[in-house]
Design a protein around this ligand. Structure first.
Ligand code: OVV
Length: 402
């Protein structure tokens, strides 16, 4: 008998910690090491398997029976440790339980639902850009990437005005909590009580305005699709995953377009490229960098034997820049054929809110490109450190109106 990932199984052991500050500050050299070491690696620091090539990340995402989510999609194995909050009914669930909750959120966030919010989202993007043109110099994170989603998403959900300052801190805890028990995770959870209390309260039916996404989830109880106890937890999923993700997605897109002025010019010349420019930013920066799965049986993956009950860390960001899959993976190219990127995941758990994210990205990039000739970075961008999310804390810019 050999130990998990021992030399006998041919899996290379690496002493890379994908959650330390050095890695998070600049993950790209380590992503390359992880990809080049082999199709499956073993990370001794956290005793987990890792996959960083596109083929294996895609394979793991698309075999949810073998690589399950119900034992948690962070490092913690819910079969061995008590989760820091009650598990998500969609993210941390497997079929058949997952199928029903997924159908509910799919319906609430459907193409039809997008039609109903599109004009409001587009008008708010125009308003935000008006305000930024007035300012000329601003922080593209606080004043744009955060301010825009905060101006529309809580209203679209139907949240009351009071307490919204908890939303981003709550999401930051959620995404830090997928990581290992490092300082980022432990401090986030220690300080989470007020944010958790706010979120639990806002998930109740009486606190969600009629017509919003939250009320639509609760209306599914009346249809018999979910129980009255399930509805608040599904609202919690939107509060967990619906805001900080798009903040970092829009932040990524603006950061790309500010760094690559040729791509900014192409977008200005053809505004129909806005959706592609956003999608390519999701591939290029991968706002959600990683997720774990847990094996439900012994499995062979690309020649590597993995035992039952092992955690497998999927490097979505590394897969999105795997030269085996992508031409010039490290170039931001707004006309690239991005389909198949795993920035939104793949398979049965692929981002259920992706239409909301793309809508926000599209209308914001369209509004920016229509009115602004030039975006210049005028100060050192500051990184925001999170175990799962990649993005900036601040991005000082000066814009020139068209
Ligand atoms: C995709 C995602 C991230 C974080 C939280 C959740 C989902 C959730 O369902 O709570």
């Amino acid at each position: 008998m050999s130990a998990p990932g021992s030399a006998a199984s041919g899996v290379p052991h690496l002493d890379i910690d994908p959650f330390d500050m050095k890695f998070l500050a600049d993950p790209y050299p380590a992503h390359q090491q992880l990809r080049e070491a082999g199709p499956v690696v073993y990370l001794d620091k956290w005793k987990v398997y890792g996959v960083a090539r596109y083929a294996e990340v895609h394979a793991v995402l698309n075999d949810p029976v073998t690589f399950c989510s119900s034992r948690g999609v962070g490092l913690s194995d819910f079969k061995k440790e008590t989760p820091w909050r009650p598990p998500s009914l969609i993210l941390e669930a497997d079929p058949p339980a997952h199928t029903r909750t997924r159908a509910v959120l799919s319906k609430v966030l459907s193409p039809t639902a997008m039609k109903q919010v599109r004009d409001r989202f587009a008008a708010a993007a125009e308003e935000r850009v008006d305000a930024l043109i007035e300012k000329r110099s601003f922080d593209a994170i606080a004043d744009l990437a955060e301010a825009y989603p905060l101006s529309i998403f809580p209203d679209a959900l139907g949240l009351k005005p009071e307490g919204r300052e908890h939303l981003i801190p709550y999401a930051s805890v959620v995404f830090n909590a997928f990581g290992p028990p490092n300082q980022l995770r432990q401090e986030a959870i220690e300080r989470s009580a007020p944010h958790q209390a706010y979120v639990a309260e806002q998930c109740q039916r009486e606190n969600l305005a009629p017509g919003g996404f939250g009320a639509c989830i609760h209306a599914q109880v009346d249809e018999g699709a979910i129980t009255p106890t399930e509805a608040p937890l599904l609202v919690r999923s939107l509060l967990s995953a619906g805001l900080d993700t798009t903040v970092n997605g829009i932040g990524a897109a603006v950061y790309c377009l500010a760094r690559f002025p040729d791509q900014w010019q192409r977008l200005r010349d053809d505004l129909t490229l806005a959706r592609g420019a956003f999608e390519e930013a999701v591939r290029f920066e991968s706002p959600v960098q990683t997720f774990f799965r847990t094996t439900t049986r012994e499995v062979e993956l690309s020649g590597a034997r993995i035992g039952e009950g092992e955690k497998v860390l999927m490097f979505l960001a590394a897969a999105n820049r795997d030269p085996r899959r992508w031409d010039s993976p490290d170039s931001y190219d707004i006309t690239r054929r991005t389909s198949g990127h795993v920035g939104f995941g793949s398979g049965i758990h692929m981002c259920v809110g992706q239409l909301v994210a793309r809508l926000e990205g599209e209308v914001m990039l369209t509004a920016l490109a229509r009115r602004i000739a030039k975006i210049e970075i005028t100060g050192e961008p500051k990184r925001r450190f999170n175990n799962t999310l990649r993005g900036l804390d601040s991005l000082p810019v000066t814009i020139t109106a068209a």
